[in-house]
Design a protein around this ligand. Sequence first.
Ligand SMILES: Nc1ncnc2c1ncn2[C@@H]1O[C@H](COP(=O)(O)OP(=O)(O)O)[C@@H](O)[C@H]1O
Ligand SMILES: [Mg+2]
Length: 262
Amino acid sequence: MATTLAKAEDRIAVTHAARIEHVSKSFGGPAGRQLVLDDISLDVAPGEFVTLLGASGCGKSTLLNLVAGLDRPSAGSIETPGGRPALMFQEHALFPWLTAGKNIELALRLRGVPKAERRPEAERLLELVRLGGSYRKRVHELSGGMRQRVALARALAQDSDLLLMDEPFAALDAITRDVLHDELTRIWRETRLSVLFVTHNVREAVRLAERVVLLSSRPGRIAREWTIDIPQPRRIEDAAVAELSVEITEELRGEIRRHGQH
Ligand SMILES: Nc1ncnc2c1ncn2[C@@H]1O[C@H](COP(=O)(O)OP(=O)(O)O)[C@@H](O)[C@H]1O
Ligand SMILES: [Mg+2]
């Protein structure tokens, strides 16, 4: 924990965890080039929680992959001064032949953590996601929610100061998702990580974020953003969350109407 706190202090000196400047992305296909992202500029401040909200196919994953460094923008630039961001997807992408603990230790090994420190650190991370005691469990023994907890612990094992999350709870039932929202909020506040969280779920976006950024479709552009000052921890059924979600949904519907085909 000491290293995490020291890192949190270092972060105060930098002005952004991610800076996306005038980023466009197009893909070539049989029907010609398709512009998917058009002139996106967005900063994520150190310790900030931003959700990127938009209809499916609007380019959210494309943008997250660019920030992760998995692909390159066609134009513009992306900076992540803290180094390579950690990534978490809808699919847990855990190795099924390894235990929960060993999946996390693999990430620690890739980060260069000495062998003797890996086991205690993996145990600490499992505690952090409230899976203490599951070190020896195999992936098939874990529920969907538990797998995503392990995936989160593994992402945290990368010790990055920016966590990118691509609809990580979309496949979970509503109650499990609700519990994981609470856990994510708690972990975000404890670790002071910066989070860029992608979702098509308006309530989820409002439940979690300090700032919601709405992307339009075809091409993806920043349509509008909202600062959310409802105190945390929030509940998805809070009146203030519901009220703002209605407003944002209206805007999203407008976007979808303008671009059709959904
Ligand atoms: N590697 C690729 N090659 C060609 N087209 C792609 C590629 N990746 C994404 N696209 C297209 O970009 C658009 C946005 O996709 P995506 O970023 O996955 O949307 P979202 O995550 O918002 O649902 C889609 O029309 C998709 O078909
Ligand atoms: Mg996607």
